[in-house]
Ligand binder design. Structure first.
Ligand code: GTP
Ligand code: MG
Length: 616
C-alpha cells in the first residue's frame, strides 16, 4: 500500500509524515520546506504502508517543478490513496487544491489540520459539507499535538474514491470542454488542462489552444484565470459552510508592523545586522578558542613527535584542515543555523521575504532568496545548501552565482586583516563596495540572460509562533551535519594534496612559473599566486600563506598598499572555497558549478587587473 500526503505549503504534511514514519524530515514554519519527494514506511496491523511526503503546492495547473511533480504522481496513479492535508484556518485556499486533487478520483482522506490554531482563533468547524460533497472521510487533527494522527492510516486503508464534483465553470469554458470531450474522447479534467495548455496529447492541445484563444479574446482574461476564478468562488462557498463561527478580529495584528515598509524594513535590517554581528562576535570568539585548543592539544604535541618530514607534512595538512573546518563549522555555521531556524520557525522569515521581494525581483529572484543571501555572510556552504528553498531552477542558478560572491566570514578576515590593518578602514569598506556592486551587476545581467520561467511570489504568511527549541536544535544540527559529512572530507583531501605539492616543491615551481603573469596582470610577486591557490582550500589561509611566503607577518613592509589591496580584492572574488564547490556540485550540477568557478576567477583577475591599470 502506498499513500501520498498532498496539500498546500506549511500545512503540516511533513510533521504528520514524521509522526507516522518516525523519520526526521525537515519541518519548518516556512512554505516550501519540502522540495523533493520523501518516502518512508509505517506499519499498521502487520501491513507495511509506504508514505510519500510531497512538496506543498497551491494548485495543480501551474508550471513549477513542485506542481509538475505532484501532477505526475497523481496521473501515474502511483499512490493507492491520497491523504489530503488541509490547514483549516486557511480553508478557502486549501479547498482550491483539494477540489483539484479530488478530480483524479483516487481514494482519498481529508485531514483538517491545525484544529488547535482554529480553536484559538475561535473558529468552529463542521466537516459535514466536505464529507457530503466528496463522500470521503474527513478527520479533524492537530499534528502539533499529535491529535487524531492515529486515525489517518486506518482511514486511508479504507478510503474510497471521492465523488465527482463538477464545478460549474463559465459557459464558454463549459462549451469548450464539451466539444473537446466529444472530439477527442478526453475526460473533463484532461480537457480543462488542455485549455490551459497542459497535457501530452498534441492534437488535443492544438484544438484546445485555438478555442482558448477565442475565449480569451472575448473575455480579456486567460482561460486559466477564468477557471481559477470559478474554482475559487466554488471553494469559498464551501468554506463558508464549513466554518460556522468567526471570532472577533485580534486586537493588534503584529503583521501590520512587520510587513509595512516603514517599521518593517528597519526592523528587518536590524535583525539581519544584529544576526551578523552576533555570529561574528560570538563566532570569532569561539573560533579563537577552538583554534587555540587545537594548537595546544593537537598540533604542538604532533610536532613534538618529530616524525620523518613527509609524514609530518601529511599529518600537519590533515590537522590544519580539521582545524580550519571545525573552526568554521562549529562557531559560524552552527550559530547561524540556530538563528535562522528560530527566524524560520517563528514565522518571521516569510515577513522578511515579503519585504525583500521587490528588491529581489530586480536581480531575478524573489523574496525567498533572503535566506541564502543572509546565510552566505557567515559561510557560503550552508547558504548554497539553502538555495534549495527557491522555487525554480532559474532562481537557483542565479542564486548560486550571487551567493558564492557574498563575502563570507573567512573573506571578512582577509578584508579586515590585510586591507583594514595595512591600508586603512576606508579602503576596507571600499572592497565591500566593489563586491556588492559586482553582486548587483551580476544579478541584473543574470536575470536577463538566465533561461526559465519567471514566477511571481505567492508566499503564504504563516502564523507567528513561538519556536519549539527541540525542533530548532534538531534542524540546525541536521544542516550542520551536512556540512560536517560533505564538506569536511573534501577539506581534508584537498589539504593533503596541497601539503604534498608544497612538500615536493611543486608550489615553489608553480610560483615562479606564475610570476611573469601575476606581475604583468596584477603587479604582484609570484608567491602571491601560491597564496591565491591556498585560498581555494580556505579563504583565510590565503592571508596566513601570504605571511609565510613573504617571510613576515608585517605585510606592509614587503608589499605596497596597492599590492595588498589588489591581493585582497582578487582573493575575495576568486573561486569559492573547495567546500563551496562541493555543495554547489550537489545542488546545481557540474555545469553551473564550472560556470560559477570560471566566472569568479575571471572576475577576480579582471577587477584586480583593472585596479592595477587604473591606480598604478
Ligand atoms: N499549531 C499547529 N502547528 C502545526 C500543526 N501541524 C504543523 N504545524 C506547524 O506548521 C509548520 C509547517 O509544518 P510542515 O510539516 O513543515 O509543513 P509542510 O506541509 O510539510 O510544508 P511544506 O514542506 O512547505 O509543503 C511547522 O512549524 C509545524 O510545526 C498543527 O496541527 N498545529
Ligand atoms: Mg514538508
Amino acid at each position: 500500500m502506498k499513500f501520498a500526503l498532498i496539500g498546500n505549503p506549511s500545512v503540516g504534511k511533513s510533521l504528520i509524515f514524521n509522526q507516522l514514519t518516525g523519520l526526521g524530515v525537515e519541518v519548518s514554519n516556512y512554505p516550501g520546506t519540502t522540495v523533493e519527494l520523501q518516502r518512508g514506511n509505517t506499519c499498521f496491523q502487520r501491513e507495511i504502508v509506504e508514505l510519500i511526503d510531497l512538496p506543498g503546492v497551491y494548485s495543480l495547473d501551474g508550471s513549477s517543478d513542485e506542481e509538475a511533480l505532484a501532477r505526475r504522481l497523481l496521473e501515474a496513479q502511483e499512490a493507492d490513496a491520497v491523504i489530503a492535508v488541509v490547514n483549516v484556518t486557511r480553508l478557502e485556499r486549501n479547498l482550491y487544491l483539494l477540489l483539484q486533487v479530488a478530480e483524479y478520483g483516487i481514494p482519498m482522506v481529508v485531514v483538517l489540520n491545525m484544529a488547535d490554531d482554529a480553536a484559538r482563533q475561535g473558529l468552529e468547524i463542521d466537516p459535514g459539507p466536505i464529507r457530503d460533497l466528496l463522500g470521503v472521510e474527513v478527520i479533524q487533527a492537530a499534528a502539533a499535538q499529535g491529535k487524531n494522527i492515529d486515525r489517518i492510516i486506518p482511514a486511508a486503508l479504507a478510503a474510497s474514491p471521492p465523488r465527482m464534483v463538477e464545478i460549474p465553470y463559465d459557459h464558454h469554458v463549459e462549451a469548450a470542454v464539451r466539444s473537446l470531450e466529444k472530439m477527442f474522447a478526453a475526460d473533463r479534467r484532461e480537457s480543462l488542462f488542455a485549455l490551459q495548455g497542459l497535457g501530452d496529447n498534441p492534437d488535443l492541445l492544438e484544438a484546445a489552444g485555438t478555442i482558448a484563444d477565442e475565449i480569451e479574446s472575448r473575455h480579456r482574461m486567460t482561460v486559466a484565470q477564468i477557471i481559477a476564478t470559478n474554482r475559487h468562488n466554488f471553494a469559498r462557498r464551501i468554506a463558508d459552510r464549513v466554518i460556522t463561527k468567526e471570532a472577533p478580529a485580534p486586537r493588534t495584528d503584529p503583521d501590520s508592523i512587520l510587513t509595512r515598509l516603514i517599521p518593517g524594513i528597519p526592523i528587518l535590517l536590524s535583525i539581519l545586522i544584529g544576526m551578523l554581528l552576533f555570529v561574528f562576535v560570538v563566532g570569532s570568539f569561539l573560533e579563537g578558542i577552538i583554534v587555540e585548543l587545537f594548537d595546544l592539544f593537537a598540533i604542538e604535541p604532533f610536532l613534538a613527535l618529530s616524525l620523518p618530514p613527509l609524514a609530518e607534512e601529511l599529518g600537519i595538512s590533515i590537522l590544519l584542515a580539521l582545524q580550519a573546518g571545525l573552526g568554521i563549522a562549529f562557531p559560524y555555521v552552527f550559530l547561524f543555523y540556530i538563528i535562522i531556524s528560530i527566524l524560520e520557525d517563528s514565522g518571521y522569515m516569510t515577513r522578511a521575504a515579503f519585504l525583500a521581494d521587490n528588491a529581489m525581483h530586480r536581480v531575478g529572484m524573489h523574496g525567498g532568496a533572503v535566506i541564502p543571501l543572509t546565510l552566505a555572510f557567515g559561510c557560503n556552504v550552508p547558504a548554497v545548501m539553502s538555495i534549495r528553498l527557491l522555487r525554480s531552477r532559474r532562481e537557483r542558478i542565479i542564486a548560486s552565482f550571487l551567493v558564492t560572491m557574498v563575502p563570507c566570514s573567512a573573506r571578512t578576515v582577509i578584508i579586515a586583516g590585510i586591507v583594514g590593518s595595512f591600508v586603512g578602514i576606508g579602503a576596507a569598506f571600499s572592497v565591500y563596495g566593489i563586491v556588492f556592486g559586482l553582486i548587483l551587476a551580476t544579478g541584473l545581467v543574470l536575470s536577463r540572460v538566465t533561461p526559465g520561467d519567471r514566477f511571481g511570489m505567492i508566499m503564504e504568511m504563516v502564523p507567528l509562533r513561538r519556536p519549539d527549541p527541540r525542533l530548532v536544535t534538531k534542524k540546525a544540527w541536521a544542516r550542520l551535519s551536512e556540512f560536517l559529512f560533505i564538506a569536511m572530507p573534501l577539506l581534508l583531501a584537498g589539504s593533503v594534496v596541497l601539503g604534498l605539492l608544497e612538500f615536493f616543491g611543486i608550489m615553489a615551481i608553480f610560483g615562479s612559473l606564475m610570476e611573469p603573469y601575476t606581475t604583468a596582470l596584477l603587479g604582484l610577486p609570484g608567491y602571491t599566486a601560491t597564496a591565491l591557490i591556498f585560498g581555494i582550500l580556505r579563504k583565510e589561509m590565503a592571508f596566513e600563506t601570504l605571511a609565510i611566503l613573504a617571510g613576515t607577518a608585517d605585510l606592509g613592509s614587503v608589499l605596497t598598499s596597492l599590492q595588498l589591496y589588489i591581493f585582497a580584492v582578487v582573493t575575495v572574488l576568486f573561486v569559492p572555497c573547495l567546500a563551496t564547490i562541493t555543495v554547489l556540485l550537489r545542488e546545481v550540477g557540474s555545469k553551473i558549478t564550472l560556470a560559477v568557478t570560471v566566472y569568479t576567477v575571471a572576475l577576480g583577475l579582471l577587477i584586480g587587473g583593472l585596479i592595477y591599470r587604473l591606480l598604478a
